[in-house]
Design a protein around this ligand. Structure first.
Ligand SMILES: NC(=O)c1ccc[n+]([C@@H]2O[C@H](COP(=O)([O-])OP(=O)(O)OC[C@H]3O[C@@H](n4cnc5c(N)ncnc54)[C@H](O)[C@@H]3O)[C@@H](O)[C@H]2O)c1
Length: 250
């Protein structure tokens, strides 16, 4: 059976853990050639090796690392079709008046500047090669239906969704699609920071009680949504904010 992403090349940032590892796994299963980009050499290389994917150490807040990722995708796989901007971070849930300049800069650099740099470096590649492209940003329900104690994380994710919609209309004539996926809370490397306490079933109960389908999101849920948006089945879909949230944002 032909995979839904057969013949496509994808960069998945933050592919060494959590949702990103799930996305990379699904994409490989569906026939894509995947380049995992992650700050963590240990995790990124491990996931890549287990999948038969490629790995490049990269900090998504650095322009030169995006240039290296494009070169690696072209050199290793002959081109680029899909970019999943999944790498993200947060500070620990706390009263907004106690957020530091470093907390603020961290979330806006990793969550928002990365989207700016990825488009700045990669969009010219798609235009110059007259090649359709699909950008998928992992935003969050936090940008739509925010919870307290995470003001600047929430705001960074709203910026991601807005930038994605703007680029969707700007680059539609070039057949470059931009969509955002908005997961509700899951259980990943970031969850203890969202909760402000250990990531246990007990501690997640408060968040989960606000999700109509009665559970948090999983890497598989997020990966399935990304696979659809990356595939040709979604060739007429651009500018959406796809909530993967069991009804949380209704
Ligand atoms: N976990 C949740 O509940 C939840 C909910 C909604 C959205 N999200 C979003 O999902 C995305 C994935 O996070 P996750 O929950 O899987 O967390 P995670 O911590 O398990 O994975 C994040 C990955 O990103 C990498 N990373 C962090 N900063 C980086 C940088 N500067 N350059 C390159 N890689 C970097 C980390 O090394 C890690 O491998 C994030 O954008 C996050 O905001 C998470």
């Amino acid at each position: 059976m032909v995979g839904r992403l057969e013949g496509k090349v994808a960069i998945v940032t933050g592919g060494g853990s959590g949702f990103g590892a799930g996305i990379a796994t699904k994409f490989v299963q569906e026939g894509a050639k995947v380049l995992i980009a992650d700050l963590s050499q240990e995790n990124g290389a491990k996931v890549a090796q287990s999948l038969g994917a490629e790995y490049l150490a990269a900090d998504v807040t650095k322009r030169s690392d995006w240039e290296a990722l494009l070169k690696k995708a072209v050199d290793s796989f002959g081109g680029l079709d899909i970019v999943v901007n999944n790498a993200g971070t947060t500070y620990k849930n706390k009263p907004t008046e106690s957020v530091t300049d470093d907390d603020f800069d961290l979330v806006f650099n990793v969550n928002v500047k990365s989207i700016y740099l990825s488009s700045n470096v990669l969009v010219p590649y798609f235009i110059e090669n007259n090649r359709p492209g699909s950008f998928i940003q992992i935003a969050s329900t936090a940008g739509i239906r925010p919870r307290p104690g995470l003001t600047w994380y929430n705001a960074s994710k709203a910026a991601v969704s807005n930038a994605s919609k703007t680029m969707a209309v700007e680059y539609a004539p070039k057949q470059i699609r931009f969509n955002a996926v908005c997961p509700v809370v899951g259980s990943t490397g970031l969850t203890h920071l969202f909760l402000g306490k250990a990531d246990t079933e007990e501690n997640r109960k408060g968040f989960v009680s606000t999700i109509p389908l009665g559970r948090g999101s999983t890497p598989k849920d997020v990966a399935n949504a990304c696979c659809y948006l990356a595939s040709d089945e979604a060739e007429f879909i651009t500018g959406v904010n796809l909530e993967v949230d069991g009804g949380r944002c209704v």
